[in-house]
Design a protein around this ligand. Structure first.
Ligand code: ASP
Ligand code: CP
Length: 433
């Protein structure tokens, strides 16, 4: 009856892709018994799990790992299963199957003790990352850099066109080839869709798309899906069959473009797409979701669309990508699309997750995800950003082929971070039903 027991059981359900009900049947215990083992410490109903059950669950997990290993040996190394035009690079979530996403998440799970600063590793000692960001970024640039450093590597950053020689007319091809002589991997963000693929084609080193215009943002979608899975495992749910409501600028929101494709790899989802007229999800993406057998509902009404959602994925209006005529049309874009506490309370359940790729516009009068949800345990935005580290570490480890070295490379960290990183983080335990 402690946090380790809860983590052990939740991770087991997630690894086996079983709901709480199905898991209790699989291990031959009553649902009620399982619930008491998952209750937070301090709850009067909480119970310790018998050792024999723990041993049985461990055996099931070992058998599952052995099967996964056999499958991955048959299918080849993960790196070889997600190549972009024959190279270890990440441009689009289209490079993933459901199996390869799950395999990446198992690597991310291995990274958790390092991401949580309990362990350190030097598997990338001597390697250098080049961060080339030609658009504004806080999370993607810094978390890719931090992920590389936490694996023992170091980082060179350039930001904006002004301070790069592209301002003197240098081509993407030359820039990419030159940088590849200096560094061992590149993360690139660029305002034009398709431009990061151009960087990738000019080099054989790993290149990761950190966002290409209104195209894709694959690492964000991977950390979003990883977050959904982890949060669902706390609630005894699985991704198959979930109802996900996307809100806001679905036309230009590249994180949405990548995430809907990744979620489409799962089964029987309901996608509710809530966008102002003119900012709807591109038709080819909506068609693709339907073709994969999911239900798609499009609406401009927040109240209607949020009802019954398991996940609300709010987004910022991407004004910087608007055509001149859209600038006029959305000048007065306002409150109808603000996701706030009263709305979530009125239309969502206490178990709905509220997500956002961030940044959210928190200036007075902005109509983005409201800060009045900051103390609500359903708000998962900082769990999302925290998950960016293990997921991005996993991407580097896989693309650079060192993931197998990580477990035996870990040593205890010599310092202790605070028990909770943010002042409100403890409140999130309330989620533990
Ligand atoms: N940071 C995300 C992106 O770069 C979302 C956003 O900017 O609204 O796509
Ligand atoms: N989510 C995201 O990509 O954030 P940044 O734009 O700050 O990198």
């Amino acid at each position: 009856m402690n946090a380790d027991q809860q983590t052990f059981l939740r991770d087991a359900m997630r690894r086996l892709n079983l709901t709480r009900e199905a898991f209790s049947q699989r291990i031959g215990v009553t649902r009620r018994a399982l619930d008491t083992w998952l209750l937070p410490e301090g709850s009067s109903e909480a119970r310790g799990m018998p050792e024999i059950v723990q041993r049985f669950v461990s055996e099931i997990l070992q058998a599952a790992s052995a099967t996964e290993e056999t499958q991955s040996v048959q299918a080849g190394a993960l790196r070889d299963r997600i190549l972009f035009e024959g190279r270890p690079q990440l441009l689009s979530v289209d490079q993933f199957s459901r199996e390869s996403v799950e395999a990446l998440f198992r690597v991310a799970d291995i990274m958790q003790p390092i991401a949580r600063r309990q362990k350190v590793s030097r598997v990338l000692e001597g390697a250098v990352l080049g961060n080339l960001f030609f658009e504004a970024s806080t999370r993607t640039r810094v978390s890719f850099g931090a992920a590389f450093c936490r694996l023992g590597g170091s980082v060179c950053d350039t930001t904006g066109f002004t301070f790069s020689s592209m301002a003197k007319g240098e081509s993407i091809y030359d820039t990419s080839r030159v940088m590849s002589g200096y560094v061992d991997a590149l993360v690139v963000r660029h305002p034009e869709q398709g431009s990061v693929a151009e960087f990738a084609r000019a080099t054989n080193i790993p290149v990761i798309n950190g966002g290409d215009g209104a195209g894709e943002h694959p690492s964000q979608a991977l950390l979003d899906l990883y977050t959904i899975q982890r949060e669902f495992s706390r609630l005894g749910r699985i991704v198959d069959g979930a109802h996900v409501a996307f809100v806001g600028d679905l036309k230009y929101g590249r994180t949405v473009h990548s995430l809907v494709k990744l979620l489409s790899l799962y089964r029987g989802l309901k996608f509710t797409l809530i966008a102002p007229a003119g900012l709807e999800l591109p038709a080819h993406l909506a068609d693709r979701i339907s073709r994969n057998g999911h239900v798609v509902v499009q609406t401009a009404s927040l109240a209607e669309g949020l009802s019954g959602a398991d996940v609300v994925y709010a987004t910022r209006i991407q004004k910087e990508r608007f055509e001149p005529k859209e600038q006029e049309q959305f000048e007065g874009y306002t409150p109808d699309f603000q996701v706030h506490q009263a709305l979530i309370d009125a239309h969502c359940s206490p178990r709905t997750l509220v997500m956002h790729p961030l940044p959210r516009d928190s200036r007075p009068g902005a109509n983005d995800l409201s800060t009045d949800l900051n103390h609500d345990p359903r708000l998962a935005i900082f769990r999302q950003t925290d998950n960016g580290i293990p997921v991005r570490m996993a991407l580097f480890a896989v693309l650079l082929g060192v993931e197998d070295q990580v477990p035996r490379s870990m040593r205890d960290a010599g310092w202790r971070p605070p028990a909770a990183i943010g002042p409100d983080d403890a409140a999130f335990d309330a989620l533990e039903a």
